[in-house]
Structures are given as structure tokens and as C-alpha cells.
Design a protein around this ligand. Sequence first.
Ligand code: ADP
Ligand code: G3P
Length: 501
Amino acid sequence: MADQFIMALDQGTTSTRAILFDETGTAIATAQKELPQIFKQPGWVEHDAMTIWDDARQVMAEVVIKANIPPYKVAGIGVTNQRETTVIWDRLTGEPIAPAVVWQSKQSDAIAEQLKADGLTDWVYEKTGLWIDAYFSATKIMWLLDNVPGARERAERGELLFGTIDSWLLYKLTNGAVHATDYSNASRTMLFNIHTLSWDQDLLDKFNIPASMLPDVKDSSGVFGYTADYAFFGIQVPVAGIAGDQQAALFGHKAFKAGDVKNTFGTGSFIVMNTGDDIATSKNGLLTTIGYGLDGKVTYALEGSVFIAGAAIQWLRDGLELIKSAKETADLAEVAREQHPEPIYLVPAFSGLGAPYWDQNVRGAMFGLTRATTKGDVVRATLESLAYQTRDVLDAMQTDTGLTVGSLVIDGGAAANNYLQQFQADLINVPVRRPKQLETTALGAAYLAGLGVGYWESMDALPEQAATEMKEPLTERQTEMVTAYAGWQRAVKAARMFPLN
Ligand SMILES: Nc1ncnc2c1ncn2[C@@H]1O[C@H](COP(=O)(O)OP(=O)(O)O)[C@@H](O)[C@H]1O
Ligand SMILES: O=P(O)(O)OC[C@H](O)CO
């Protein structure tokens, strides 16, 4: 297989990427397209599903051309995706009936609130491992069926299909031949029973969603189908791996042991702990989810989903126009820290707070401003908010599992930030490691696809990640961190006391 490659197709919230990996797990070429965000109403976030498909096809072709390899040298494709985002399309024409409702979108908030008011929270949690929220696909499907004219009747006649982005891309890649997903994505819909490993008929009945819309659920590794003529240079390449992006990152870090934890700092921040065979439950606002399905067996995980991480850095750039690029933030924060050791705090609850608070009624706030506050202080507070939110989740994880997190691996765009990495290590008082290659999500999808086609024979044969950079916590900062974290906790409390209405 030495002259063959595995392609990862990583469809994220803000971009669509194709990356080719060789046998050593090295990325040899990347092609990427930014994805336009559609904000029709406050709190709504949508994507054009056809654009996603067009972009996917384009980056897949581009990456092969960039790498200058014949397309038949691609041994398999692994798909990984922004999770929960919901597409509904016509079974026959393959046309979406509406824009995709993105995981961050709040248009189904009222439906989620009603389900909670109906007292379904524990019932849904016991079956799905999820706390009722507009974040998950179920209320998004309900919203689309209720709001797109004729959708409910068409769905009841069996004419419509639902899928998260992986299913949508798989359907398009195979020209409608395959309608399937994997366990990790299914476990984010709030329709999938993580105990019986099947769609839950009680939930479907309660939510009034026809079972005929749902994809088949399979292992994350194995052949799902083959690319159709028009999809990839007219050749049939097996789509041999699928996983939601956060679970793919867990796999990409080779976090295979119970207790292994990773954090991906992308648009949001997703801290995931492998819990092995154990369907660990949480009393502290974490989700129970499926890490991956492999060889007929699923591995479970606990997750803390933080909605705003790198998105806060984008806000500094595009909203406040304080910086020109995300890269500037590390130096600005470093200087600010030297000038004004006393921190200010940003609670970036721009769309409510996810784990461990799950409070939709809070919005962003800053605390501690004075006339001396500078741009650098605001940048520093923003970067540090990513680390504080991670600490909140890690504390909850340790309380829930009784396990001690001894180190943390990070990836995603904002993991490149040296200030953040050091501050994170200081704040949680354990080493924080990041791989040189931050595309761990894509690597995880490549691993799954590679295992699926026998490119790598077993998990033991998966290559080690390229060199990593480690930041140790600084002992001399530990007293300061105790005060700093107490300040953050007060800031969150204060922000939550200023309700939306
Ligand atoms: N050097 C940096 N420092 C801080 N944040 C960064 C840096 N580089 C990129 N980011 C942030 O990382 C995010 C992009 O990460 P990525 O993993 O590509 O996200 P996604 O998969 O959610 O689209 C953006 O929100 C951006 O603001
Ligand atoms: O696209 P990302 O990397 O922001 O990830 C989004 C998550 O999968 C949402 O649950």
C-alpha cells in the first residue's frame, strides 16, 4: 500500500477540507473551501446543503491534483463532519427541502423548552445520554417538518430523508445508493437509544418523526458504499469510515483507553473522555455519547460541549475589529498580562452556555473593566475564557467519573495559540500536549477509513502522530490560578443573574 493514500473529507462548521494521508499518517496535501454562514434571524444559523456537497466534490478533486497523484491511488475515503446539523431532502431528486439547520442554531429553542416543560428531560437522557436542547438534531427535524410547507405530509408518505452531514455527503457521493450513518453521529440526534443501539421508537412517536426518514446505523469503520461516477473522477472509491468530528478527533489522538481525554478548540470546544464499555452517566451536565463503533462493538464517551471557543476569537476580528488575524492574539495577551496582571473576564455566552451549565437564557458579559483596560486585556480575557470553560468541563468530568485527568491533548485551529496552551496547562495544573499536525479530526477519519479497507491492518498498526509540543504547568503560577478561577466562577454567576428578558 506504500504508494496509496487515504483521503479524509472533513466537513466542519466553517469550512470543508479534503486531506490526503500517507501510510505514516502524514498529511501530504490539503484543499479547503470556506463555508458561508447564513444568519436569517437572530440566533439562527443555516448552511446551504448543496454548497456543502459542491464544495466537498471540489476539494476532493483539488487535493488529488495538488498532490499530483492519480485518483485511483486513493484507497479509501473517511468522512468526518460537524455533528447534529440537520438536512432533510427528497428521496428521489436528492434536493434538500430547506437550508441545513446548523448545530448552533436556536430556531427550535421553543420546541426544546416545551419538551422540557413536558417533563421529558430524564426520560430522554436515560435513552440517549443527551440533555434536551435545540443543539441536537431531533428538535431541528421537528422544526423543519412543522415549518417547511408540505414537509410533514411528504415525510409521512415516505418521500423525505433525514441525515446529519455525513449521511448527506454519503448519499451524494454514492448517487443516492446509500442512506446510512455511523454510531457516533446517530448518538447526537436525540433519537438514538445508546443502550439498545437502535433508533428509539418511543422517542420517534413522542416527537412525531417518521422512522422511514432515518438512515441505517453502522460501525464507524467499514465500507459504507462506493463513489458514483460523477463524484470522483469517474472511479469507485470505497467510503470506508464515518465519524462525527469530535469523536474522529478522539480517534485521531489514539485516545483508545478509558480515561483518555482530548479537547478540540475549533468554533466551539469539545472535551471528550473515552469511557470504554462503560455508559458513564453524568450528574454534572455532561453528555454520554458514542465514541465510535468498530468490529461490531461500540466505545462510549463523556462529552462537554462548549458552544463558543474559536468563535470568540472570530468575534474579536470580525465583530469588534480589534485584531486583523487570530494569530496576533497570543502576543497581545502576553503583553497585556505583563502590563496588567489583574485579569478582566469575558463570559462568551453569545448563544447561551453549553456544558456544564446548559443555560440558554444567558448572554455574553465582561467584568472588571476600568479606564486602564486595553485592547490587549480584552484579547487576553477572550483567550483565557476558552481555558476557563475547558476547566469547568474537566472538573465536572473528574467528579462524574472519579478519574483524575493526568494530561490533556488538544487540537483544532485555536490549539495553535501558545498563550492559550500555557494558560490552559497552568489553570488545570497538568501538562497540555498538542500534536505538530493539528488536523487530528481528519487523521481520525483517515484511520477509520484505512482500517475499513485494510490499509492499516489493526489499531496497533496505526502510525503514531507526528511530534508533539508539550507545555508543563508552571508551579509559580498555581496560587494566581486559584484566584483567577474563583474570579471566573464569580463572572459566570454574575452573567447568569442578568437574564435575557
Ligand atoms: N492562532 C489562533 N489563536 C486563537 N484562535 C485561533 C487561532 N487560529 C485559529 N483560531 C480559531 O480557530 C477556529 C478555527 O478552527 P477549526 O478547527 O478550523 O474550526 P471548525 O472545525 O470549527 O471550523 C476559528 O474560530 C479561529 O478563530
Ligand atoms: O465543526 P466544528 O469543528 O466546529 O464541530 C462542531 C461540532 O461537531 C458540533 O457538535
